[in-house]
Design a protein around this ligand. Structure first.
Ligand SMILES: Nc1nc2c(c(=O)[nH]1)N[C@H]1C(S)=C(S)[C@@H](COP(=O)(O)O)O[C@H]1N2
Ligand SMILES: [Mo]
Length: 171
């Protein structure tokens, strides 16, 4: 009988922990990742997942790290840059050719692309911000967005968990 208060305390604590878990697990999976496009652009933007999903998507086939071909779907990186007001196409001359793009993952992993690499007036491949692979959303370790550089021989620039895209001017 002496143990009753202790037992009630432990039971309450167990219930509390259970409630926290029940609350936190869906909060994590429901949390919407945001994507920011900022820096040397005329219209910096922050996009919700629903906004990215509603943008025109294209598909590319590319060899993964595992050496197998996969079908990636997503938004062309250039379309996101366009939305934020990045100089592209005919504007890619003079000083604008010193502008570059830094794509950053949630773990701060960061890679650089030159604007002509992303612009269809220059590039022959389409570099993608993929949100699906083989018809399914990317796994949490890679998604919701991952860069796909279809023709590149190593997947080093295939940034996982992309959270921001920044345009900068080289000095
Ligand atoms: N966010 C993030 N993306 C990343 C990396 C990283 O460390 N962090 N590593 C890169 C490297 S070096 C490689 S080889 C590939 C590995 O891809 P995989 O995870 O599909 O095997 O992811 C690339 N993308
Ligand atoms: Mo790598």
């Amino acid at each position: 009988m002496k143990n009753l208060p202790v037992r009630i305390f432990l039971t309450n604590r167990a219930v509390l922990i259970l409630l926290i878990i029940l609350w936190a697990v869906p909060m994590r999976s429901w949390a919407q990742a945001v994507l920011t496009i900022s820096g040397d652009v005329t219209k910096p933007i922050t996009l919700q997942e629903t906004e990215v999903k509603s943008m025109p998507h294209i598909e590319v086939t590319a060899k993964d790290h595992d050496g197998k071909e996969h079908r990636y779907a997503g938004v062309a990186l250039v379309d996101l840059l366009k939305q934020a007001g990045t100089p592209l196409g005919g504007e890619l001359r003079g000083k604008n050719l010193r502008k570059f793009v830094l794509v950053k993952g949630a773990d701060e992993y960061e890679v650089l692309f030159a604007l002509p690499e992303l612009d269809p007036d220059f590039a022959t491949q389409t570099i993608l911000l993929a949100d699906a692979v083989d018809g399914a959303p990317l796994v949490p370790g890679a998604g919701p967005y991952r860069v796909v550089v279809p023709e590149e021989k190593r997947p080093t620039r295939w940034v996982r968990n992309v959270k921001s895209i920044e345009v900068r001017l080289a000095l």
